[in-house]
Ligand binder design. Structure first.
Ligand SMILES: Nc1nc2c(ncn2[C@@H]2O[C@H](COP(=O)(O)OP(=O)(O)OP(=O)(O)O)[C@@H](O)[C@H]2O)c(=O)[nH]1
Ligand SMILES: [Mg+2]
Length: 339
């Protein structure tokens, strides 16, 4: 418990002032109590601060929940906060009690017993501190997704070609390989969609089993649920990915049911290997076929809301002024209400 070593060392350096030896003995005991307690409390604060100031984004929270389980982080933070309060209480109590004590022996005993209780509080909260550090390391290894920018998440079964497509669509250069779970954590690239910078997130494959088995899949689920403005659900109809189209479609249906408000665009890939009758857009990351059309559809889906009011709305809102319209007529996208 390094922190206790640091706290006790700092406390031992206390140099009390005072006219008489009894005064200095008492002051020394007080200083030890205050310094040791304050050092530990400051340490606990720092360990929690990364999650509180600034607070985690909603996506980071989703990532942490998918990866570590609901409530894990909040419980650890709450226990650390409680430990802080208890240590502060302990410190005040010990400070008060030294006022009633006399002589270096009694004061020394009081400090020792305080140190003992302080140590046991710190030991109690140690697993929570380890957990906080684990979550912190996990988040530090993930790209920062800006919640204020539109975000395209490319998701699907393992080995279907998600990373290849992300490489085509964005600035990212994810690793591509012919085996499942090449991608183990989310990666971020950017694309220009004309009016905005689009964040493009590559995800690990998801097998869509009811009970998820691996952390990589959990991470992809988190990206779909917590970061996406739009999802491209990539299906591999060729069988070279290792899974049937039906299996992949089950996951697509599950997400559509669970996330009714999220635009999910199903796209079939590897069209250079297999062309088939389908209503879905077909693309190839090898030849680039269909990619321009995919970009057009993505632009449609992430278009900033309110930029182009629907025609009916514009007409209903402004019928009386229609005749007063100045010439030339207003540009598309502007309200017809002016003058
Ligand atoms: N012929 C052909 N092969 C493709 C296409 N897209 C991807 N591949 C190949 O499919 C394999 C998997 O591609 P990745 O892009 O790594 O697939 P992924 O979905 O990211 O895989 P995981 O990260 O493991 O889930 C690689 O061998 C790619 O070269 C495509 O459009 N046509
Ligand atoms: Mg990949």
């Amino acid at each position: 418990m390094e922190i206790l070593d640091v706290a006790f060392h700092r406390a031992s350096l206390a140099t009390p002032h005072g006219q008489t030896k009894p005064e200095r003995d008492r002051r020394r005991a007080e200083l030890k109590i205050v310094r040791a307690g304050a050092t530990v409390v400051r340490h606990l604060r720092l360990e929690s601060r990364r999650f509180l100031k600034p607070p985690l984004t909603s996506f980071e929270r989703t990532l942490v929940i998918e990866r570590f389980g609901e409530g894990t982080l909040d419980r650890a933070l709450a226990r650390v906060r409680r430990a802080e309060e208890r240590i502060r209480g302990l410190q005040h109590e010990a400070e008060r009690s030294t006022r009633r004590l006399h002589g270096p022996e009694m004061l020394g005993d009081a400090v020792r017993s305080y140190y003992g209780r302080l140590s046991s509080f710190v030991r109690e909260v140690d697993p929570d501190l380890l957990r906080l550090r684990e979550v912190d390391r996990f988040l530090a290894g993930r790209p920062k997704v800006n919640p204020d920018q539109p975000t395209l998440v490319v998701a699907g079964f393992p080995n279907v070609g998600k990373s290849s497509l992300v490489g085509r669509l964005s600035t990212a250069h994810p690793k591509v390989a012919d085996y499942p779970f090449t991608t183990l954590s989310i990666a971020l690239g950017h694309a220009d969609v004309g009016f905005d910078r689009l964040q493009v997130v590559d995800t690990p494959g998801v097998l869509g089993r009811a009970r998820r088995a691996n952390p990589a899949e959990a991470e992809a689920e988190a990206a779909v649920r917590g970061a996406a403005t739009v999802v491209v659900f990539l299906l591999d109809p060729t069988g070279t990915g290792g899974h049937t189209l039906e299996e992949q479609e089950q996951l697509l249906e599950r997400w559509r049911t669970e996330l009714p408000n999220l635009p999910i665009l199903p796209v079939e890939t590897k069209s250079d290997l297999l062309r088939r009758e389908t209503d879905r857009l077909q693309v190839s990351s090898v030849t680039g076929e269909g990619v321009a059309e995919l970009q057009r559809r993505i632009r449609e889906l992430v278009k900033p809301k309110g930029e182009l009011p629907p025609m009916e709305e514009a007409l209903v809102e402004s019928p009386p002024e229609i005749e007063d319209l100045p010439t030339p007529p207003p540009k598309r996208g502007r309200r017809a209400r002016s003058g």
